[in-house]
Design a protein around this ligand. Structure first.
Ligand code: XIL
Length: 336
């Protein structure tokens, strides 16, 4: 019997996406993406450190390969990301002598970057994560304030980034993207920021809830509240980076304190993962009128960022396909 195709199963709900890169395109993972996805995101290739080299020159080749792959397969492309504190070279915030830029100079440089990327991808990318991860994880702080963007420009960099994006291309959808938005404190801060931005007429069309969940999250309880809350602002909601780690929660934790032992992928773990995915997709189907894209952060466990990022070398199993690209129990829960 043929494996069901995710994009077929969900065609009356929302596009199904996958974050991809060169390795995925050039290996047999690409067939899996072609079969299941109707949308792709570059997992790294459209970020600052990949689109601008050390000499300040634009290098779009890798991102262009992602776009070519999407076009050859009739897929949407989500753009990720324009203003983010991470994967942005230090020299971006500095003058040629290595001193911090003034606020106007930084905003001007940001404008140039946003315009360059959006002009390059005009007509090829249908929505963009304009600002990524601006809200603090900590309850006693509102914005993430220990980053260069904020230190130099304060919260203004956020609004201005959306305005620059709209200036460059008024035809695409502009998103604010962040993780752990089901967390009530972070959700409310994000809601308040978005409301104020919208009240000031900022061109912003949607919220990307990254969706890096863990098996033990109370996603079933919290996800519907967050979707409704953001949608009440008239914004589209997208799940932009979905995966479910089998390890404990990690978002606002000191990574060096996280357990390092590798969990074996037992039938119990497979079952718990399947249940979490079942609950998540039940909610997403119920909320389909508010959700305009659901993208996985990767396609199969063989190349998940979670096995080399949160705790280096700790194998994780967060996706619907295993190391050998075969569908897991969670896949059948989602397509059943
Ligand atoms: C991750 C990539 O998957 C990794 O390869 C890279 O080393 C770090 O970034 N939130 C985001 C994504 O918005 O850009 C991150 O992607 C994962 C967390």
């Amino acid at each position: 019997e043929k494996t069901p195709s995710l994009k077929e199963v969900y065609k009356d709900y929302f596009p199904i996406g996958a974050a991809i890169n060169k390795q995925i395109i050039q290996n047999k993972d690409s067939a899996l993406v072609q079969y299941h996805a109707s949308s792709v995101t570059a997992d790294n290739d459209m970020k600052y450190d990949r689109t601008v080299n050390g000499k300040g020159e634009y290098t779009f080749e890798n991102g262009d390969q992602i776009v070519a792959f999407a076009q050859a397969n009739n897929m949407l492309v989500r753009g990720h990301t324009l203003a983010w504190y991470h994967q942005t070279r230090d020299s971006f915030y500095q003058d040629s002598l290595g001193n911090d830029l003034s606020k106007p100079a930084l905003l001007k440089k940001m404008q140039k970057h946003i315009h360059s990327v959006l002009n390059h991808y005009k007509g090829q990318v249908y929505c963009w994560d304009v600002v990524n991860e601006a809200i603090s994880d900590y309850d006693d702080k509102f914005y993430r304030d220990d980053i260069k963007y904020f230190e130099i420009a304060g919260a203004d960099y956020i609004e201005v980034a959306f305005r620059y994006a709209y200036e460059a291309d008024s035809t695409i959808k502009l998103f604010y993207n962040d993780y752990d938005l089901i967390n009530p404190q972070k959700r409310e801060k994000t809601y308040q920021m978005l409301k104020e931005l919208l009240d000031r007429g900022t061109p912003i069309h949607g919220v990307g809830m990254q969706g890096h969940y863990v098996i033990e999250d109370s996603v079933a309880k919290l996800l519907p509240l967050a979707i409704d809350r953001f949608a009440s602002l008239g914004l589209e909601v997208q799940i932009t980076e979905l995966d479910v780690s089998v390890y404990p929660y990690y978002h606002n934790m000191d990574r060096s304190t996280l357990p390092k032992e590798i969990k074996p992928y037992t039938p119990e773990v497979a079952e718990a993962l399947a249940k979490q995915y079942h609950d998540i997709f039940t909610i997403l189907r119920e909320k389909k009128d508010k959700i305009t894209n659901v993208t996985f952060w990767g396609i199969a466990d063989n190349r998940t960022w979670l096995s080399h990022y949160v705790v280096k070398g700790r194998t994780d199993y967060p996706l619907l396909f295993d190391q050998d690209l075969l569908p897991k129990k969670a896949f059948y829960k989602v397509t059943d």
